[in-house]
Design a protein around this ligand. Sequence first.
Ligand code: FMN
Length: 169
Amino acid sequence: MDKIGIVYSFNTNKTSKIAKRIADAFEGSAELEMINVEDITPERFMQFENLICGASTWFDGELPNHWDEFVPDLEDMDLKGKIIALYGLGDQKGYPENFLDGMGILAEIFERQGASLVGFTSTEGYTYESSRAERGDQFCGLGIDYESQGSKNKERVNAWVSKLKLEFR
Ligand SMILES: Cc1cc2nc3c(=O)[nH]c(=O)nc-3n(C[C@H](O)[C@H](O)[C@H](O)COP(=O)(O)O)c2cc1C
């Protein structure tokens, strides 16, 4: 398997914790590099064929600033051949109409630029009204809700990483 770049903001609390949990779940079975989205450049992003990108949702359905600032660059990039898995953090009780929208926004951009998304998961077990991350009965990545389902984080991350081990090249 090619090296995997895990891209997220090092200045977040929960998104960073999940990045570390994801890295631990690989148990040394893949070469991983953690990359701060706040320092990222298109050249750095393009160094990886396999990427895991993590984003929470802020501002009622928007990407956090640190990802939003990279979007104009992403919209000029050819991502054909990239395999990208997304994880998103959201709060289904507090923001049921925009649950995990940030992950959905990233998915739309990456797909438009030609990347292949992997790591879809079932929406079963989550309660919300609408989500831009929803694709039929699946989310376009892993959904994490610290606020109301934090006790499920470990189990959800482990199951997701087992799936990614088969989906990355
Ligand atoms: C002001 C504010 C707005 C938020 N908006 C949303 C939202 O629209 N949808 C959602 O699913 N979660 C929303 N959340 C919840 C966060 O995404 C969630 O708490 C997440 O775990 C934050 O992770 P971070 O601290 O690593 O950025 C919001 C939280 C705050 C404080």
